[in-house]
Design a protein around this ligand. Structure first.
Ligand code: ATR
Length: 273
């Protein structure tokens, strides 16, 4: 059977094997999807071993997305912009190609599943780390009226400007300078929520029709969702839909078949612990 796997450290918590099994069942594709957990610094070894043993494609998660970026022989434009790779595949000539489907997943979830119009929207992104860099190109390509990146360390946000200017205008600011009422969509891409923390956001400014979207997900509302609801936001979403949509795009890239996201997302939500 055709073989795929996800690589990360830790990896036990990864939902990718389940998501891809559900996609494979749904589309009647015969494949096996496993998981691997090399020690840090040993990604390339594991990737070489996997592809030499006949593997066809890999998903890559923390902390190896940069290693996968370096490992790939060729990159899709969106992976180049992301500076990180979350999907590898063996090409027909034996080269390993690198892609990044995270931004696709975010844009799909916002625009297709939630029905939000990104073109002309005023979008604020919180954070300027790897997760944010991974999604900026597809967000800018959707032609928002404005895209602002706010970060605790301003210099880190500023460093993104020259990278993404060829795609569209990006501006940056500090949290203390934010006016939240100026935005239609606020996306939390900081890792603060992993510790149940929040970036230092001003209070009492949120427009009631603002969409607040957290790129992380959990069984209970995330700290950012709790904040958004307390601030009166009508819409506060977590990133589970982004996770399933990025997986669907990897699956399409490998198999040439587009899986149906909605039933898999419903299943994942029901079984989230
Ligand atoms: P990731 O791969 O999750 O993006 P990262 O590259 O380490 O991880 O980036 C983490 C992001 O979350 C950064 O934007 C970081 O802000 P700094 O650049 O100022 O460090 C942000 N972040 C993490 N914890 C935070 C907190 N408690 N408050 C605000 N921002 C936080």
């Amino acid at each position: 059977r055709d073989r795929y796997q996800v690589v990360g450290n830790p990896i036990a918590q990864s939902k990718s094997p389940l998501i891809h099994r559900l996609f494979a069942d749904q589309t009647h594709q015969q494949l096996d999807y496993g998981r691997a957990c090399p020690a840090e610094g040993h990604f390339a070894e594991e990737a070489r071993r996997f592809f030499a043993a006949g593997g066809l494609g890999m998903n890559v998660t923390a902390p190896f997305k940069l290693d996968a970026f370096k490992f790939a022989h060729a990159l899709t434009p969106r992976a180049e912009f992301a500076g990180a790779v979350n999907t590898l595949k063996l090409s027909e000539n034996g080269d390993i190609l690198g892609d990044n489907t995270d931004g696709f997943g975010l844009v799909y979830d916002l625009s297709k599943r939630l029905g939000w119009r990104l073109a002309g929207a005023r979008i604020l992104v919180l954070g300027a780390g790897g997760a944010v860099r991974g999604v900026l190109q597809p967000l800018l390509a959707a032609q928002p009226a404005q895209l602002v990146v706010a970060n605790r360390t301003l210099a880190r946000a500023q460093a993104l400007v020259p990278i993404f200017n060829p795609v569209g205008p990006l501006s940056v600011c500090e949290f203390s300078a934010l006016s939240l009422q100026e935005f239609d969509i606020i996306i939390n891409g900081t890792s603060a929520g992993l510790q149940g923390e929040l970036p230092p956001l001003p209070r009492g400014q949120l427009g009631s029709n603002c969409l607040c979207y957290d790129m992380i997900y959990s069984a209970k509302p995330t700290a950012f969702q709790v904040w958004a609801r307390a601030e009166g936001a009508a819409h506060a979403e977590d990133g589970l839909g982004m996770l399933v949509a990025q997986a669907a795009e990897s699956f399409r890239w490998w198999r040439g078949v587009v899986p149906d996201i909605e039933p898999v997302l419903t299943h994942m939500r029901e079984h989230l612990r």
